[in-house]
Write a protein that binds this ligand. Structure first.
Ligand code: F6P
Length: 493
């Protein structure tokens, strides 16, 4: 059964009508920025916000997030609230202001130098610093206060996003036990031995067990989480029902593979406006009959961007006849650049592109074009629709929504997806060309296979992948979480 926006709205009306909905995430879904004297509203590069925004548009409610844009404060009321999306206001964005020190300790520090590398296991050592941890605790407390301001003493459904807020559910419940909390962990969860190196693992786990429901993308992340709790804390684990009980509090642990708004993306891909955008891109880059390859990622060391570039290098080395015929667009903004590892990665990517373009390019052609500025979701959709193939080469990824967006954009049933086996998405999109991004030859061979693939095979594979994404879109993700939660009653006080 395909879940639609209307069905989700119906479910929310039926089951959550008396329960205000509050979403909490670090990243905000809309960022107001000054460009000169003008305020522009941008959609950030974030799978999380892209996925949850349609749910909030459908259900309404309040989204609490860090206000990070230069003009954010100027468009809000005194309480830090603004209605979004700007062109069609549907829900309230409640912004939380964080000082530079708070951002450094909580976001860059514990979240992105500690938890991020810890959970992704891509040979980048996590760093744990007591001052970061203290700031993380302080900011979690701050968000708890803001949510409680929104909710008061009443019952509410608070839907927490990601690894920035491991302590938040327990803090909320301590103040208002009538709140129901669900948390979705958007990144992988490693095995107990790996997670055990976190000096504050007990506190992190205790915090998460404040939730009524804790979601991961796939079953093995749930199993890893339960194994970690089993090793670290005194508790009762019911593996059969995937539930953990500690101090008379039960937390359900379930997989909910996140997705995209398939219908919206697919319909947009067929629109006249998108065709015009494709034509604009073609004209701008002087594209005629080239084979177009595509990579779209935040520049992050988990995304396997150097591995992908080495694969392209090997492909052009092995198959000289494609020189001059292939143009690969590597699109993505630098991210988290205050962290050294991210700055280094940017240089590495620049260097590799420079080297490949120098090695194979000529006056009229360069094989790789890097676009590092912000591109609107609409322009990205046009790139997805015009590419012959798209490479997602993450070294480890909870899900990866670029892969699903690519499939949703291919209303023409064309295009080949080359997809890392180490993404959650590879469990569902088995008709992609699945690769091990650590193997340069495998990457090169997959590129060759994608380019040479006969049309009927391309269409067959893409049709099947589209069925999978259509049947498991973002409304099913939200609907499944809410249906699981509705068995949970707010505690009577
Ligand atoms: O993958 C985890 C995640 O939080 C996503 O959900 C999001 O797309 C991405 O990281 C963005 O990170 P940031 O908000 O730090 O730029």
């Amino acid at each position: 059964m395909e879940w639609t926006k209307g069905m989700l709205q119906e479910l929310v009306g039926l089951k959550l009508s008396d329960l205000p909905l509050v979403v909490v995430s670090n990243r905000e879904p809309y960022v107001h920025t000054y460009i000169g004297d003008e305020v522009h509203c941008q959609v950030p590069v974030s799978g999380l916000t892209m996925a949850v925004d349609p749910v909030m548009r459908a259900c309404g409610g309040t989204w609490v997030a860090h206000g990070s844009g230069s003009a954010d404060i100027d468009v809000c009321d005194d309480g830090g609230r603004v209605m979004v999306p700007p062109q069609d206001p549907r829900y309230t964005l409640r912004r939380v202001w964080l000082s530079r020190e708070e951002q450094e300790g909580y976001y860059l520090g514990f979240s992105n130098e500690g938890m991020w590398p810890l959970c992704h296991m891509v040979f980048n050592r996590p760093t744990f610093d007591t001052s970061h941890w203290n700031m993380y605790k302080k900011v979690n407390q701050r968000f708890a206060e803001v949510v409680l301001e929104e909710v008061g003493d009443s019952s509410a459904f608070v839907f927490i996003q990601d690894y920035h807020f491991a302590l938040l559910p327990r803090l909320l419940k301590a103040q208002n036990p009538r709140i129901i909390t669900a948390q979705f962990w958007h990144i992988p969860w490693p095995n107990p031995e790996v997670f055990g190196v976190c000096p504050w693992q007990e506190e992190v786990l205790e915090g998460l067990l404040g939730n009524d429901l804790l979601g991961f993308h796939i079953r093995s992340h749930c199993d890893n989480f339960m194994g970690t709790v089993d090793k670290a804390l005194e508790c009762r684990i019911d593996y059969e029902n995937s539930a953990i009980s500690r101090n008379n509090k039960m937390t359900l642990v379930r997989p909910f593979p996140i997705s995209v708004d398939f219908d919206q993306i697919s319909q947009e891909a067929e629109s006249e406006e998108l065709q015009q955008e494709i034509e604009r891109i073609r004209r701008y880059w002087g594209l005629t009959d080239e084979i177009v390859g595509l990579g779209i990622d935040r520049v992050d060391y988990t995304k396997g961007i150097p591995e992908r570039l080495r694969g392209l290098d090997r492909f052009l080395t092995k198959h000289a006849r494609y020189r001059g015929r292939l143009v690969f667009f590597q699109i993505g903004e630098p991210s988290r650049i205050r962290i050294r590892r991210y700055r280094d990665l940017n240089y590495e990517v620049e260097d590799l592109i420079e080297e490949i373009n120098w090695k194979f390019g000529n006056r009229d052609w360069r094989p790789i074009i890097r676009l590092r500025e912000h591109n609107s979701p609409f322009t990205l959709a046009a790139f997805r629709r015009l590419a012959h193939f798209c490479i997602v080469s993450s070294l480890h990824d909870g899900m990866n929504l670029v892969a699903k967006e690519f499939v949703a954009s291919r209303a023409d049933r064309e295009g080949v997806l080359i997809l890392s086996r180490f993404t959650g998405a590879s469990r569902e999109l088995t008709d992609a060309l699945l690769v091990n991004p650590y193997s340069t030859d495998e990457m090169a061979d997959a590129i060759k296979r994608a380019i040479d693939m006969p049309r009927n095979e391309r269409v067959r594979r893409m049709t099947r992948m589209r069925e999978v994404v259509a049947d498991n879109g973002i409304y099913r993700w939200a609907g499944d979480i809410i249906s699981t939660l509705t068995g949970i009653e707010p505690e009577e006080v």
